[in-house]
Design a protein around this ligand. Structure first.
Ligand code: SF4
Length: 287
């Protein structure tokens, strides 16, 4: 249920618009970032240079075989809609190929915008999940501030104290998390395990068939953990590392602060229940 409060003033703050739209992006994730050769990216690529698999129309020449070719990271990454916002909004649809002089500024804007879009993604959920009108208003103000910064172009982005904003947003998210988790805590669950806590090392842990409702697993290391058929309703997963976690049959439909990137990095199937704003990754069930 949506709490009553001030609504965000810009359509850019809508959660659906925080999904990537690669067709309207100048492949900023394939150019702005630098990568070292690893299990996620098969070659070294300096920041600010196009990936060698990038075509001149900004498509990926190996899009349908990224994982077998060693580019798993590309199937995981999510820009939270920052790519199309910067490409079409801030730079008015003129690419760094057409106007090479804008390249550095465009890539810097993308890096900043992506952080802001990620905050917006979580803030949108916080506002939807809280029943506290004061918390909802605080969250709405953050959404508005960030929307204005994004709409103000580079001068506004450069002026932002990103670290300070990030820590204040995080505090607002935690406040809503406590409220949401408390409602699941009251309903009971087997999450009282003292090891289930923020930042916990749960690498490879067997948590299958567990009722984890309301647990705080913010920043937890759940790499390759077995969460099959577990109920994660009301579980705070902000920043949790779920790479290769087994999610088949798990109920994540009401998990808190889950992202598409986390799902893309995990293993699941059509039996995994997801929140409505997130999609079953195309590679699930393939491996
Ligand atoms: S492999 Fe394709 S998706 Fe990955 S960075 Fe290169 S061009 Fe982009």
């Amino acid at each position: 249920m949506q709490a009553t409060s001030a609504k965000p003033s810009s359509p850019a703050l809508d959660r659906q618009s925080l999904r990537p739209d690669c067709a309207n992006c100048f492949a900023l994730c394939c150019t702005a970032f630098g990568f070292l050769r690893s299990a996620d990216f098969a070659l070294d690529k300096p920041a600010g240079t196009p990936c060698r698999n990038l075509a001149s129309d900004f498509s990926c020449t190996i899009h349908d075989r990224l994982r077998p070719r060693g580019f798993r990271g590309c199937t995981v990454f999510d820009c939270f809609g920052a790519g199309q916002n910067v490409s079409q909004g801030q730079f008015a649809g003129k690419s760094w190929l057409e106007a090479p002089g804008t390249k550095d500024e465009m890539f810097a804007a993308f890096k900043a915008a992506r952080q802001l879009h990620e905050m917006l993604w979580h803030l949108a959920e916080a506002q939807e999940r809280t029943f506290d009108p004061d918390a909802s208003d605080r969250v709405a103000r953050f959404r508005d501030t960030i929307g204005k910064a994004l709409g103000g172009g580079m001068p506004q982005l450069i002026a932002l104290d990103m670290q300070d904003l990030h820590s204040r947003v995080r505090a607002a998210l935690m406040e809503v998390s406590e409220e949401v988790r408390a409602s699941y805590f009251a309903a009971g669950g087997d999450h009282l395990d003292s090891e289930l806590k923020p930042g916990a090392d749960l690498v490879g842990r067997n948590l299958a068939f567990r009722r984890l409702c309301g647990a705080d697993l913010r920043g937890a290391y759940l790499i390759a953990a077995d969460l099959r058929n577990s109920d994660l309703s009301g579980v705070d997963l902000l920043g949790a590392d779920v790479r290769d976690a087994r999610l088949e049959g798990a109920d994540l439909s009401k998990a808190l602060y889950l992202t598409q990137m986390q799902l893309n990095a995990a293993r699941g199937s059509r039996t995994t229940l997801l929140p409505p704003d997130l999609e079953v990754p195309s590679h699930w069930g393939d491996e």
